[in-house]
Write a protein that binds this ligand. Structure first.
Ligand SMILES: C[S@@+](CC[C@H](N)C(=O)[O-])C[C@H]1O[C@@H](n2cnc3c(N)ncnc32)[C@H](O)[C@@H]1O
Length: 281
Protein backbone atom coordinates (compact mmCIF):
# COMPACT_ATOMS: atom_id res chain seq x y z
CA UNK A 1 0.00 0.00 0.00
CA UNK A 2 1.59 3.35 -0.95
CA UNK A 3 1.94 6.09 1.66
CA UNK A 4 -1.12 8.33 1.24
CA UNK A 5 -0.40 11.93 0.32
CA UNK A 6 -1.83 14.16 3.09
CA UNK A 7 -5.27 15.56 2.32
CA UNK A 8 -4.14 19.04 3.27
CA UNK A 9 -4.87 21.83 0.88
CA UNK A 10 -1.63 23.77 1.36
CA UNK A 11 0.50 20.68 0.74
CA UNK A 12 -1.50 19.71 -2.37
CA UNK A 13 -1.43 23.29 -3.70
CA UNK A 14 2.37 23.31 -3.29
CA UNK A 15 2.82 19.85 -4.85
CA UNK A 16 0.95 20.83 -8.02
CA UNK A 17 2.07 24.52 -7.94
CA UNK A 18 -1.58 25.58 -8.08
CA UNK A 19 -2.24 29.31 -8.38
CA UNK A 20 -4.60 29.65 -5.47
CA UNK A 21 -7.99 31.27 -6.02
CA UNK A 22 -10.60 32.17 -3.40
CA UNK A 23 -13.04 29.47 -4.58
CA UNK A 24 -10.37 26.85 -4.20
CA UNK A 25 -9.22 28.17 -0.83
CA UNK A 26 -12.71 27.38 0.46
CA UNK A 27 -12.04 23.72 -0.31
CA UNK A 28 -10.12 22.93 2.87
CA UNK A 29 -11.73 19.86 4.42
CA UNK A 30 -12.21 19.96 8.16
CA UNK A 31 -9.03 19.38 10.16
CA UNK A 32 -8.62 15.75 11.18
CA UNK A 33 -10.73 14.31 8.31
CA UNK A 34 -8.30 15.03 6.72
CA UNK A 35 11.21 -2.36 -23.64
CA UNK A 36 7.96 -1.51 -24.36
CA UNK A 37 6.73 1.51 -26.21
CA UNK A 38 3.23 2.77 -26.51
CA UNK A 39 1.99 4.23 -29.71
CA UNK A 40 -0.80 6.62 -30.49
CA UNK A 41 -2.34 7.07 -33.91
CA UNK A 42 -1.01 9.93 -35.99
CA UNK A 43 -4.05 9.95 -38.23
CA UNK A 44 -7.62 9.54 -37.09
CA UNK A 45 -10.04 7.93 -39.48
CA UNK A 46 -13.32 8.38 -37.75
CA UNK A 47 -16.88 9.45 -38.37
CA UNK A 48 -16.41 11.83 -35.44
CA UNK A 49 -13.54 13.72 -37.05
CA UNK A 50 -15.50 16.90 -37.65
CA UNK A 51 -16.72 17.07 -34.04
CA UNK A 52 -15.14 19.37 -31.50
CA UNK A 53 -13.23 18.21 -28.48
CA UNK A 54 -14.73 19.12 -25.10
CA UNK A 55 -12.93 20.41 -22.01
CA UNK A 56 -13.22 18.16 -18.98
CA UNK A 57 -15.81 19.15 -16.37
CA UNK A 58 -14.31 19.28 -12.86
CA UNK A 59 -16.23 17.91 -9.88
CA UNK A 60 -18.25 20.69 -8.28
CA UNK A 61 -17.25 19.81 -4.72
CA UNK A 62 -13.84 21.42 -3.99
CA UNK A 63 -13.19 18.80 -1.30
CA UNK A 64 -13.67 16.07 -3.90
CA UNK A 65 -11.20 17.79 -6.23
CA UNK A 66 -8.71 17.85 -3.38
CA UNK A 67 -9.17 14.08 -2.93
CA UNK A 68 -8.58 13.55 -6.67
CA UNK A 69 -5.41 15.64 -6.56
CA UNK A 70 -4.18 13.84 -3.45
CA UNK A 71 -4.66 10.49 -5.23
CA UNK A 72 -2.37 11.63 -8.05
CA UNK A 73 0.16 13.06 -5.59
CA UNK A 74 0.20 9.68 -3.80
CA UNK A 75 0.89 7.81 -7.04
CA UNK A 76 3.54 10.26 -8.26
CA UNK A 77 5.31 10.21 -4.91
CA UNK A 78 5.23 6.39 -4.80
CA UNK A 79 6.84 6.19 -8.24
CA UNK A 80 9.43 8.88 -7.48
CA UNK A 81 8.16 11.30 -10.13
CA UNK A 82 7.31 14.98 -9.89
CA UNK A 83 4.25 16.59 -11.44
CA UNK A 84 4.51 18.18 -14.85
CA UNK A 85 1.62 18.93 -17.18
CA UNK A 86 3.70 19.71 -20.28
CA UNK A 87 6.32 18.00 -22.38
CA UNK A 88 9.74 18.64 -20.84
CA UNK A 89 13.08 19.13 -22.57
CA UNK A 90 16.05 18.25 -20.41
CA UNK A 91 19.73 18.86 -21.23
CA UNK A 92 21.29 15.66 -22.59
CA UNK A 93 18.04 14.48 -24.15
CA UNK A 94 16.25 15.79 -27.25
CA UNK A 95 16.04 19.58 -27.52
CA UNK A 96 12.69 21.22 -28.15
CA UNK A 97 13.85 22.08 -31.67
CA UNK A 98 13.83 18.33 -32.45
CA UNK A 99 10.07 18.16 -31.95
CA UNK A 100 8.92 18.98 -35.48
CA UNK A 101 5.65 17.50 -36.66
CA UNK A 102 6.77 18.03 -40.29
CA UNK A 103 9.22 15.13 -39.79
CA UNK A 104 6.44 12.59 -39.12
CA UNK A 105 6.48 9.83 -41.73
CA UNK A 106 3.24 10.22 -43.70
CA UNK A 107 2.40 13.52 -42.00
CA UNK A 108 0.60 14.38 -38.77
CA UNK A 109 -2.87 15.81 -38.44
CA UNK A 110 -3.03 19.38 -37.17
CA UNK A 111 -5.16 19.99 -34.07
CA UNK A 112 -7.86 22.46 -35.18
CA UNK A 113 -7.48 25.90 -33.60
CA UNK A 114 -10.66 25.55 -31.56
CA UNK A 115 -9.52 22.20 -30.12
CA UNK A 116 -6.06 23.65 -29.33
CA UNK A 117 -7.83 26.42 -27.40
CA UNK A 118 -9.85 23.79 -25.53
CA UNK A 119 -6.62 22.00 -24.58
CA UNK A 120 -5.14 25.31 -23.34
CA UNK A 121 -8.31 25.90 -21.34
CA UNK A 122 -7.94 22.48 -19.69
CA UNK A 123 -4.37 23.30 -18.69
CA UNK A 124 -5.30 26.73 -17.36
CA UNK A 125 -8.11 25.19 -15.31
CA UNK A 126 -5.65 22.73 -13.78
CA UNK A 127 -3.26 25.55 -12.87
CA UNK A 128 -6.13 26.96 -10.81
CA UNK A 129 -7.09 23.71 -9.14
CA UNK A 130 -10.03 22.98 -11.46
CA UNK A 131 -9.01 19.36 -11.77
CA UNK A 132 -10.23 16.66 -14.20
CA UNK A 133 -12.68 14.36 -12.38
CA UNK A 134 -10.27 11.44 -12.13
CA UNK A 135 -9.04 9.31 -9.26
CA UNK A 136 -5.82 7.33 -9.23
CA UNK A 137 -6.67 4.15 -7.36
CA UNK A 138 -4.33 1.62 -5.83
CA UNK A 139 -5.70 -1.81 -6.51
CA UNK A 140 -3.97 -4.60 -4.59
CA UNK A 141 -6.30 -7.21 -6.13
CA UNK A 142 -5.65 -6.25 -9.74
CA UNK A 143 -2.04 -5.61 -8.78
CA UNK A 144 -1.67 -9.16 -7.47
CA UNK A 145 -3.32 -10.58 -10.59
CA UNK A 146 -1.05 -8.40 -12.70
CA UNK A 147 1.95 -9.58 -10.73
CA UNK A 148 1.03 -13.25 -11.06
CA UNK A 149 0.42 -12.98 -14.77
CA UNK A 150 3.61 -11.13 -15.51
CA UNK A 151 6.91 -12.93 -15.76
CA UNK A 152 8.73 -9.84 -14.55
CA UNK A 153 6.61 -8.01 -12.02
CA UNK A 154 7.06 -4.41 -11.04
CA UNK A 155 5.83 -3.93 -7.48
CA UNK A 156 4.59 -0.44 -8.32
CA UNK A 157 2.38 -1.49 -11.24
CA UNK A 158 -0.77 -1.35 -9.20
CA UNK A 159 -2.24 2.02 -9.98
CA UNK A 160 -5.17 2.54 -12.27
CA UNK A 161 -7.30 5.58 -13.04
CA UNK A 162 -11.07 5.80 -12.80
CA UNK A 163 -13.68 8.42 -13.66
CA UNK A 164 -14.95 10.25 -10.58
CA UNK A 165 -17.97 11.65 -12.42
CA UNK A 166 -19.69 11.06 -15.75
CA UNK A 167 -17.40 12.03 -18.66
CA UNK A 168 -18.81 12.76 -22.11
CA UNK A 169 -17.58 11.31 -25.37
CA UNK A 170 -14.81 13.50 -26.95
CA UNK A 171 -13.75 15.03 -23.63
CA UNK A 172 -10.04 15.84 -23.32
CA UNK A 173 -8.70 13.70 -20.47
CA UNK A 174 -5.06 14.77 -20.49
CA UNK A 175 -2.00 15.30 -22.62
CA UNK A 176 0.56 12.49 -22.34
CA UNK A 177 3.63 14.27 -20.95
CA UNK A 178 7.14 13.55 -19.72
CA UNK A 179 10.72 14.11 -20.82
CA UNK A 180 11.19 14.05 -24.58
CA UNK A 181 14.10 11.93 -25.79
CA UNK A 182 15.37 10.39 -29.01
CA UNK A 183 14.08 6.86 -29.49
CA UNK A 184 17.62 5.73 -30.31
CA UNK A 185 18.70 6.68 -26.74
CA UNK A 186 15.91 4.53 -25.30
CA UNK A 187 16.08 1.35 -27.38
CA UNK A 188 17.15 -0.62 -24.30
CA UNK A 189 15.04 1.27 -21.78
CA UNK A 190 12.95 -1.17 -19.72
CA UNK A 191 10.41 1.48 -18.63
CA UNK A 192 6.81 0.45 -19.33
CA UNK A 193 5.42 3.94 -19.93
CA UNK A 194 7.34 5.18 -22.94
CA UNK A 195 5.14 6.68 -25.65
CA UNK A 196 5.93 7.48 -29.27
CA UNK A 197 5.86 11.24 -29.91
CA UNK A 198 7.39 11.49 -33.38
CA UNK A 199 7.73 8.57 -35.76
CA UNK A 200 10.06 10.20 -38.25
CA UNK A 201 10.82 9.08 -41.77
CA UNK A 202 14.47 9.22 -40.70
CA UNK A 203 14.61 6.88 -37.65
CA UNK A 204 17.40 8.87 -35.95
CA UNK A 205 14.93 11.77 -35.60
CA UNK A 206 12.17 9.74 -33.92
CA UNK A 207 11.17 10.89 -30.43
CA UNK A 208 9.57 9.28 -27.39
CA UNK A 209 7.93 10.64 -24.23
CA UNK A 210 9.48 9.23 -21.04
CA UNK A 211 7.28 9.95 -18.00
CA UNK A 212 9.39 8.25 -15.33
CA UNK A 213 10.79 11.47 -13.77
CA UNK A 214 8.20 14.14 -14.66
CA UNK A 215 4.62 13.25 -15.46
CA UNK A 216 0.93 13.71 -14.92
CA UNK A 217 -2.00 11.29 -14.60
CA UNK A 218 -1.57 9.90 -18.14
CA UNK A 219 1.12 7.41 -17.16
CA UNK A 220 -1.17 5.71 -14.62
CA UNK A 221 -3.89 4.86 -17.15
CA UNK A 222 -4.02 1.15 -17.97
CA UNK A 223 -4.17 -0.46 -21.39
CA UNK A 224 -6.56 -2.90 -23.00
CA UNK A 225 -5.64 -6.48 -23.78
CA UNK A 226 -5.37 -6.38 -27.59
CA UNK A 227 -5.96 -10.11 -27.86
CA UNK A 228 -9.40 -10.59 -26.35
CA UNK A 229 -12.85 -9.23 -27.26
CA UNK A 230 -13.34 -8.31 -23.57
CA UNK A 231 -10.20 -6.20 -23.75
CA UNK A 232 -11.51 -4.28 -26.76
CA UNK A 233 -14.86 -3.66 -25.03
CA UNK A 234 -13.07 -1.96 -22.11
CA UNK A 235 -11.56 0.78 -24.27
CA UNK A 236 -13.04 4.18 -23.41
CA UNK A 237 -10.16 6.48 -24.42
CA UNK A 238 -8.34 7.09 -27.64
CA UNK A 239 -4.70 8.12 -27.77
CA UNK A 240 -4.00 10.41 -30.71
CA UNK A 241 -1.03 12.46 -31.82
CA UNK A 242 -1.57 15.95 -33.18
CA UNK A 243 0.54 18.83 -34.45
CA UNK A 244 0.12 22.06 -32.46
CA UNK A 245 2.13 25.06 -33.69
CA UNK A 246 4.40 22.69 -35.62
CA UNK A 247 5.18 20.48 -32.60
CA UNK A 248 3.92 16.94 -31.91
CA UNK A 249 1.64 16.30 -28.94
CA UNK A 250 -0.12 13.19 -27.74
CA UNK A 251 -3.64 13.48 -26.29
CA UNK A 252 -5.93 11.07 -24.47
CA UNK A 253 -9.55 11.74 -25.38
CA UNK A 254 -12.76 9.93 -24.37
CA UNK A 255 -14.02 7.86 -27.30
CA UNK A 256 -17.43 7.25 -25.69
CA UNK A 257 -19.40 8.35 -22.65
CA UNK A 258 -17.74 7.08 -19.45
CA UNK A 259 -19.71 6.44 -16.27
CA UNK A 260 -18.60 7.49 -12.79
CA UNK A 261 -16.51 4.70 -11.30
CA UNK A 262 -15.49 3.22 -14.66
CA UNK A 263 -11.79 2.54 -15.10
CA UNK A 264 -10.03 4.25 -17.97
CA UNK A 265 -8.37 2.16 -20.68
CA UNK A 266 -6.82 2.86 -24.06
CA UNK A 267 -5.00 0.82 -26.65
CA UNK A 268 -1.25 0.91 -25.99
CA UNK A 269 -0.74 -0.25 -29.57
CA UNK A 270 -1.73 2.45 -32.06
CA UNK A 271 0.15 2.64 -35.34
CA UNK A 272 2.90 0.36 -34.05
CA UNK A 273 2.46 -2.99 -32.30
CA UNK A 274 5.38 -3.02 -29.94
CA UNK A 275 3.64 -3.27 -26.58
CA UNK A 276 2.86 -6.82 -25.38
CA UNK A 277 -0.59 -6.97 -23.79
CA UNK A 278 -1.27 -10.75 -23.71
CA UNK A 279 -1.07 -10.75 -19.91
CA UNK A 280 -3.32 -7.70 -19.39
CA UNK A 281 -6.53 -8.29 -17.41
C1 LIG B 1 1.81 2.91 -18.16
S1 LIG B 1 1.78 1.76 -16.86
C2 LIG B 1 0.11 1.92 -16.31
C3 LIG B 1 0.03 2.19 -14.87
C4 LIG B 1 0.49 1.05 -14.02
N1 LIG B 1 -0.62 0.15 -13.73
C5 LIG B 1 1.11 1.56 -12.73
O1 LIG B 1 0.70 1.16 -11.64
O2 LIG B 1 2.01 2.40 -12.81
C6 LIG B 1 1.81 0.29 -17.79
C7 LIG B 1 1.94 -0.96 -16.98
O3 LIG B 1 0.77 -1.16 -16.20
C8 LIG B 1 0.38 -2.52 -16.22
N2 LIG B 1 -0.90 -2.62 -16.91
C9 LIG B 1 -1.47 -1.71 -17.73
N3 LIG B 1 -2.67 -2.11 -18.16
C10 LIG B 1 -2.88 -3.32 -17.59
C11 LIG B 1 -3.94 -4.25 -17.62
N4 LIG B 1 -5.04 -4.04 -18.35
N5 LIG B 1 -3.81 -5.39 -16.92
C12 LIG B 1 -2.71 -5.63 -16.19
N6 LIG B 1 -1.67 -4.79 -16.10
C13 LIG B 1 -1.76 -3.64 -16.78
C14 LIG B 1 1.46 -3.28 -16.95
O4 LIG B 1 2.39 -3.74 -16.01
C15 LIG B 1 2.06 -2.22 -17.83
O5 LIG B 1 3.39 -2.54 -18.16
Amino acid sequence: MPKQFPLIQTKIVDFFKIQRRPAFAAAEPPEGKKRKRKAASALVVSKKKSRKLLPFTPSEDPGRRLTQMASLATALTATGAVFSNDLTYVPGMAPRSANQSALEAGGMQVLPREDAETLSLCKRMMEQGEWPPLLVVFDPVEGTRQALMMIVCNFLDRFTVEADRHIKDLTIITEYVGDVDYLRNREHDDGDSMMTLLSAALPSKSLVICPDKRSNIARFINGINNHTPEGRKKQNLKCVRFAIDGECHCLLVANRDISKGERLYYDYNGDEHEYPTHHFV
